[in-house]
Design a binder for this molecule. Structure first.
Ligand SMILES: [Zn+2]
Length: 116
């Protein structure tokens, strides 16, 4: 695995390979729309092959990857928020209510179980 992912713009049939370190979504240099990340397993068709591009756009497997990655991103965001809230509560006075809230947050955090 090279660690590079395919990023495409369905409108312009633009494709590029990029490392997935940066958290920001890459933009299409032609139309400025967000690029879709299709992972590293999907073969990108030639620009002239409009049929292949169309089927790729409708390919649930390809779009699932995008969807799953978006899900993962949302989870990471929620995890950070939970962690911040936990720290805040831990610094508050130790009473029954705070302990209860803290327990709830930690349970939620565990259920997210984010793997990066
Ligand atoms: Zn574009």
């Amino acid at each position: 695995m090279s660690g590079k992912y395919n990023w495409v713009c369905f409108e312009c049939r633009y494709a590029t390979r990029k490392l997935k370190i940066n958290k920001t979504i890459s933009k299409c240099p032609d139309c400025g729309n967000d690029l879709y990340c299709l992972g590293y397993k999907v073969a990108i068709p030639k620009k002239a092959n409009s049929k292949a591009w169309k089927s790729m756009k409708n390919c649930s497997f390809c779009l699932d990857i995008t969807y799953l990655e978006q899900e993962a991103k949302n989870k990471v965001k929620e995890k950070h928020q939970l962690e911040k809230e936990i720290i805040r509560l831990e610094n508050l006075s130790d009473n029954k209510e705070n302990r209860k809230a803290l327990k709830k947050l930690k349970t939620r955090l565990e259920s997210l179980n984010v793997r990066l």
